[in-house]
Design a binder for this molecule. Structure first.
Ligand code: ADE
Ligand code: ZN
Length: 340
């Protein structure tokens, strides 16, 4: 059996983990940007892969999104979405991820003339291959871009309906400040009426009031990021009491300057306060690491114990949209590793 103290990386790798906050467009590595740009004759402003990767220096969420939305433009055919998703699943499997819940941004593709049938075809084919080749289970969560109007989000929900069987929830992402969850009440009402679960990015850069709105107005099952909750004790108590999960993305928070240094990150404090915090990679191709890199960064930077990392793995299964019998199977496997 692998020992946490002597080999934390392989101990964490062996723990069954769910990754619940990863944007598939954020797994687009610079190498793939260049190969697809070559395939389609799309000119790039960067001369090579290394220069592009070195340009990934962000000072806030918007400075990242400006580059991220440029990257998306090289994704055109179903095969591109297949390769993108399959590469991510292979990488996640290498990190000991057993279940993934993947975001994508329908409006980023629809608005440049790529039909959703192409996007779903490529992603769904990769998810089927991921199950067959790696045993990874999955869910898909299309997100509405919050810098666009609520009417655009509603039209997107309509456009998603022919593919209703391919996703279990809808989410909310993009530029948080100035775009509160309250802007999207009608579309989330409609989504829930259609039997969909809901999640939303809130408290990444925005105030605790955005987390309250996501809970009370959008009735979300999880908060994406949510680290801003710490400024509001009543909110923290509610999140802990109701076990509302936060999908926390440590390396993302450092790259986007939510926290200056990993040693200042609040995930350990939130865990100790009883919140159901989980670890995810957000946009790993841009933020310098996949799931295991995120776990290692906080394990080293915050001096996490074996008990802490086991709790984080357990929380990820608890917070997932897996059925309870599958959750129980993973909980049992985690317990066996924890007590070996
Ligand atoms: N889209 C992709 N990554 C995001 C993030 N970290 N926050 C908001 N929207 C995003
Ligand atoms: Zn995100």
């Amino acid at each position: 059996m692998i020992n946490f103290k002597s080999d934390p990386k392989n101990f964490i790798r062996a723990l069954p983990k769910a990754e619940l906050h990863v944007h598939i467009e954020g797994t687009l590595e610079p190498e793939m940007v260049f190969s697809l740009a070559g395939k389609y004759g799309i000119p790039l402003t960067y001369p090579d892969v290394d220069t592009l990767r070195n340009a990934y220096n962000f000072h806030d969420l918007q400075s990242f999104l400006d580059i991220y939305y440029q990257g998306v433009l090289v994704l055109k055919e179903a095969d591109d979405f297949f390769q993108l998703t399959y590469n991510y699943l292979k990488r996640a499997h290498d990190d000991g991820v057993v279940h993934v819940e993947i975001f994508f941004d329908p409006q980023s593709h629809l608005d440049r003339g790529i039909p959703l049938s192409i996007v779903f075809e490529g992603i769904n084919r990769a998810l089927a291959s991921g199950l067959k080749d790696f045993g990874i289970t999955s869910r898909l969560i299309p997100c509405f871009l919050r810098h666009l109007s609520s009417e655009s989000a509603m039209a997107t929900l309509d456009a998603l309906m022919p593919f209703r069987d391919s996703f279990c929830a809808v989410g909310l992402d993009s530029s948080e400040k100035g775009n509160p969850p309250s802007k999207f009440v009608p579309v989330f009402d409609q989504a829930r009426a259609l039997g969909l679960l809901t999640v939303a990015h809130a408290g990444e850069e925005g105030p605790p009031s955005y987390i309250w709105e996501a809970l009370d107005l959008l009735q979300v099952a999880r908060i994406d990021h949510g680290v801003g909750c710490e400024a509001d004790d009543v909110l923290c108590e509610r999140l802990a009491a109701e076990r509302i999960p936060l999908t926390v993305c440590p390396l993302s928070n450092i790259k986007l300057a939510v926290f200056k240094r990993i040693e200042q990150h609040n995930i350990k404090r939130l865990l100790k306060r009883g919140l159901c915090v989980t670890v995810s990679s957000d946009d790993p191709a841009y933020f310098g690491g996949y799931l295991l890199d995120n776990f290692m960064a906080i394990t080293e930077g915050l001096e996490l114990s074996e008990e802490d990392v086991v709790a984080l793995a357990r929380n990820s299964i608890e917070a997932s949209f897996l059925p309870s019998d599958e959750k129980t199977r993973w909980f049992n496997k985690i317990e066996r590793i924890a007590h070996a």
